[in-house]
Design a binder for this molecule. Structure first.
Ligand code: NAD
Length: 240
């Protein structure tokens, strides 16, 4: 049996699939990831993305943070690819219970997924740090310098920056989904960013599929590994 046939069988036999993914899920939508060859890390900026996207940097160099953020983290024209769409279809068909994502691009929801647990927040939600007023991503994209609310407060994306903690409610829901899952599909993530990557330890089932171009520290635990583009792999899965 080929790897893709095994994947199809495992999906057919599962009713509580949980997908755990990262930046690699959106590269086929034209959104660069951080660590692979043509990812954000290899591009020329004065500091690495992990420094710029940190809480300290946001506080001390807010204008420079936003220069990078507007240029690199707001691909608002990007559209869901075959991976996002297939995961939404699996949820609609009753095979998948949750998508747990480290991505902040909102593409799973754009594809129609409903139970999306965004470990690192979303670029689509932004708040005034003084009065709490909500702003959409378009407001940030069109802003110049440091985006400010009418009240004068600085607007901050609802994105978990490095040094910031994850939302407790999102973590609890992710843990619950993982504990009850009968198939875990991990894809498009280097599994290098903690605590997010550590969450998959809560999976109690037997079958783990890993769909990732590069090796990860978790490869030894996966019963099935596919090193092909995730959009192509999931795109070829038949549902129902
Ligand atoms: P990462 O950049 O560390 O790793 C991405 C992984 O995906 C790599 O191992 C690579 O081999 C694999 N990959 C890339 N394209 C692929 C494809 N088409 N098919 C299969 N595999 C593919 O990403 P990460 O683990 O998510 O960690 C980076 C952090 O950066 C996360 O916290 C995430 O929130 C953030 N980030 C988000 C976005 C986004 O929202 N789209 C983009 C860049 C970074």
């Amino acid at each position: 049996m080929t790897e893709r046939e095994t994947l199809q069988n495992w999906i057919d036999e599962s009713r509580r699939i949980v997908f755990f993914g990262g930046a690699g899920v959106s590269t086929e939508s034209g959104v660069p990831d951080f660590r692979s060859q043509d990812g954000l890390y290899r591009q020329t900026w004065k500091y690495p993305p992990e420094t710029i996207l940190s809480h300290t940097f946001f506080r001390q160099n807010t204008a420079e943070f936003y220069e990078f953020y507007r240029a690199k983290m707001l691909p608002l024209e990007a559209k869901p690819n075959a991976a996002h769409k297939k995961l939404a279809e699996l949820e609609r068909a009753g095979n998948l219970t949750a998508v747990i994502t480290q991505n902040i691009d909102g593409l799973h929801q754009a594809a129609g997924s409903r139970n999306v647990l965004e470990l690192h927040g979303s670029v689509h939600r932004n708040y005034c740090t003084r009065c709490g007023r909500f702003f959409d991503a378009d407001f940030i994209k069109k802003s110049k310098g440091v985006p400010r609310c009418d009240c004068g407060g600085i607007v901050k994306p609802d994105v978990v920056l490095y040094e910031e903690s994850l939302d407790g409610d999102v973590i609890s829901r992710a843990v619950e989904a993982l504990e009850n899952a009968d198939l875990l599909i991990v894809g498009g993530t280097s599994l290098a960013v903690y605590p997010a990557a550590g969450l998959i330890q809560y999976y109690g089932g037997r079958r783990i599929v890993l769909i990732n171009r590069d090796p990860t520290p978790y490869d030894g635990r996966a019963g099935l590994i596919l090193r092909e583009p995730i959009g192509q792999v999931l795109g070829s899965v038949a549902v129902g």
